[in-house]
Each structure stands twice: as structure tokens, then as C-alpha cells.
Write a protein that binds this ligand. Sequence first.
Ligand code: KG4
Ligand code: ZN
Length: 347
Amino acid sequence: RTEPLVLGIESSCDETGVGIVRGDTLLTNAVSSSMEEHVRFGGVIPEIASRAHLDAFVPTLRQALDEAGVTLEDIDAIAVTSGPGLAGALMVGVCAAKALAVATGKPLYAINHLVAHVGVGVLDGGKLPENLGALLVSGGHTEILRVGSLTADVQLLGSTIDDAAGEAYDKVARILGLGYPGGPAIDRLARQGNPKAIRFPRGLTQPKYMGTAEAPGPHRYDWSFSGLKTAVARCVEQYEAAGQELPVADIAASFQEAVVDVITSKAVLACTEQGITNLLLGGGVAANSRLRELTAERCAAAGISLRVPPIRLCTDNGAMVAALGSQIVMAGGEPSGVDFTPDPSQP
Ligand code: KG4
Ligand code: ZN
């Protein structure tokens, strides 16, 4: 076999992931989440996440090896998320990966979590097309990237200047009393509401931010969601002050429409103006039904071919780390050695 067998380890947030791939083929994707331990706090508590990774790592590794029917001896390379993410959480995965690399003598590759969200695309549909853009939408990031080469050339075209989209979902869900995590709850509720009931603001769409194609403004491809969150809070206050019952489903639907409208319109604008003809959608918010629908609709209208990996590959997992590791190994990339430290704010 010429294709490398790569073990990928992910621990940047609340998911402990161990995935195994052979070349571009997924063998297994074991994930253990500490989400339930964070629910009562309404957000991920870093210390709890770190401890949970420590508890979950060995069982998750064993599960992945069993499911793939391989042993550590069979593995050709180990890949691990080195950032961005929570410092303590990253540390657990990186320490585990270093220990495995030292004990087995296998080469170790440090992986950028965000690029891994793109690299995972090879596991569903094979090699990524040239002239590729990636729209990453999660609890931590909202970014549009140009991907010249997965292993050598990834350029940031635009990003959120404040909250990530998933974060906005979680904050609005809290305002509406829907619990944590808020994305799935709003997604469900929005189906019963009218997305046109309330006109919420689309951040950074005014001419002073957008400019024109020839003379781009300072935030042409960027997003902002903090004003939207404030607008939802004001709206709720007004209903409460008037003693009226809150139209929760209409607010959820209208909020979701504002988020998804501005995400997709700016992503498609960036692709069109930058001559990008293929787009990959990734990150936890890619689970959102309306985001999938409107991205597909607008990409089709703009002649952009869209790839959306299955949801279990869009949310944080080890297979995405293994997939990017495998691309690097196949491209002849140098191992990272065992001296690197995790970088929580890795760009
Ligand atoms: O990528 P992910 O699993 O973890 C991060 O790296 O952040 O994304 C988690 C985020 C959370 O904010 C969650 O509310 C959001 O993704 N999310 C959704 C949906 N499912 C998860 N947001 C909107 N609609 C959904 N169906
Ligand atoms: Zn992620």
C-alpha cells in the first residue's frame, strides 16, 4: 500500500476525537463529547473540557483502533490539532500525541484546526478541486478562505469582526430561554416561525463597509453579529415592556434568516469577485438546515459548485485532522517533531 495510514487527534474544544484514514479514505471517526457537562453553565468551561479530554482520550483511541481493525504499529503517521482552540484542551491532545509518537517512533504532524475543517472534504468526494473557497461557520469561527493548496497556501478573505455565527446562535438562544447549545434549538423552532416577521440588521452591509468591487470598503467580505444579538435583546425587551407574549418562533426564524442571509450573500460575493468556482461548507453551524439550503441556492445561481461534507465530519472530529495529516504526508511534508507547543490563537 502506498497510501499512508494516518491517526488524527482533535481536542481543541469539547470534542475528544480520534480518527483514522488511509489516504483519502475514512476508516473510522471516534468522538466523545463533554457537551453535557457544560450545559448547566451555558457554555464550554475550559477546565472541565480539559479534564474530560484526559478521561476520554484512551477509550476513544482504543475505540478508533478497534473499529478500523488496526494497531498502533500499523499507523504510518500521527496528526494532532495544535491550534487554534482552548489552551488547556489543546495541551491534552498534543501531550497524548507526543507520547504516542515517542513510544511508537512514528512521525508526528501538527495540524491547524481550521485548515483541517477544509481538508476533511477529501473524505467525501475525493481530492478537492482547484480554485477552491471554504466557508467555515462554527461556534468559534466564521471565515471565508481561498484554498490555493491545503498544504501550502490558505488565504483569509474575510471573517467575523466580533462574535462567531454559532456564538450568536448560542447567545440568542439564551435570550430566548432555549438553553445551550442554541443552534439546534433555534434551527428547529425557526421552522414554525415566519422569517420575515421581524427585519433584523445584516451587519457590515452598509456602503461605507462594502465599498464597490473596484474600491472595496474595509469590511466587504467580513461579518458582524454582535449588533444582531443586541437587536434581538431589544426586541424581546419591547415585547416584555408591553406585556405581550413573545413570538419566539418568529424571532428565531427572523434571527436565523438574518444570519444565514448575510453569511451566504457575502461568501458568494467573495467567491464571485475572486474568481472562485468551488466552495466547501464546514464547521458546526453547517448542520443548520437553512444555511445548507440558502448556500446551495445561491451557489447554484452564481455557478459555484458546492461541497458540503456530512454533519459528523463538519463538527469537530479526529478524522478531519487525520485527513489533513494524510494530505501533508502524501505531499511529502516534513514532520513537526515533538518540540512544538500548542498555539491557542493560531491564525
Ligand atoms: O464546529 P463546532 O462543533 O464547534 C466549534 O468549533 O465551535 O460548532 C458548534 C456550534 C455551536 O455554537 C452550535 O450552537 C452550532 O455550532 N450549531 C448550530 C447547529 N448545530 C450546531 N447552529 C445552527 N444550527 C444548527 N443546526
Ligand atoms: Zn472546529
